[in-house]
Ligand binder design. Structure first.
Ligand SMILES: CC(C)(COP(=O)(O)OP(=O)(O)OC[C@H]1O[C@@H](n2cnc3c(N)ncnc32)[C@H](O)[C@@H]1OP(=O)(O)O)[C@@H](O)C(=O)NCCC(=O)NCCS
Length: 169
């Protein structure tokens, strides 16, 4: 299986916040942003693995900045590391205000997708080759985040963790 670069699967999605997407304060409903992030990251992981993917885990989502009605929201999803049958994806989110002059980064979410075949059986994914400094930093950290995510999901015992064991001793 041929290794792939981050740029081969990067996925950019742009949305405008419409009235139906907002909460009673006129800001983007959090669940809508989560759905957009899930879509963008599923396309990136589908492109990387060249097949069907399912969301295995959503980590590190926090809503620090309200996103107003009429804002333009741009999501950029990039694979940060591929494991055996799973991939970590970072989704960075930017917002442009109504004037289009001010663009602010408002969110970064971390998703894990698992690659499956037509019968839902897990399948191997290609390795990821990080190229830029940011890609290399995210690639290195992915192993620690994966252990944390698996421990929280009850799929890995803290004693079995190689990178994070010290945190639990
Ligand atoms: C995700 C799913 C395929 C995992 O299947 P499983 O039989 O439990 O298999 P595993 O535990 O081996 O997990 C498969 C891969 O996902 C990773 N994974 C699973 N849960 C994870 C979690 N919470 N955090 C990080 N990685 C996780 C595993 O580490 C493994 O990766 P690897 O092969 O690269 O080492 C399965 O639970 C599933 O189909 N879930 C439903 C998915 C879905 O419907 N999503 C949409 C929800 S709305």
């Amino acid at each position: 299986m041929k290794s792939k670069k981050v740029k081969e699967s990067v996925t950019i999605m742009t949305q405008i916040v419409l009235p139906n997407d907002t909460n009673p304060l006129g800001n983007l409903f959090g669940g809508q942003l989560l759905a957009w992030m899930d879509l963008a990251s599923s396309v990136a992981s589908k492109r990387h693995s060249e097949g069907i993917v399912v969301t295995a885990s959503v980590n590190n989502v926090s809503f620090t900045t309200p996103i107003a009605l009429g804002s333009v929201v741009t999501l950029e999803a990039k694979i940060t590391r591929a494991f055996n049958t799973s991939m970590e994806v970072f989704v960075d989110v930017w917002v442009e205000d109504r004037s289009g002059k001010n663009r602010t980064k408002v969110n970064t979410a971390i998703y894990i997708f698992a690659a499956v075949d037509e019968n839902g059986k897990k399948r191997q994914v290609p390795e990821l080759i990080p190229e830029t400094d940011e890609e290399k930093v995210r690639f290195e950290g992915a192993m620690r985040r994966r252990e944390m995510s698996l421990i929280l999901a009850g799929k890995l015992k803290p004693k079995q963790a190689t990178q994070l064991r010290a945190l639990f001793e």
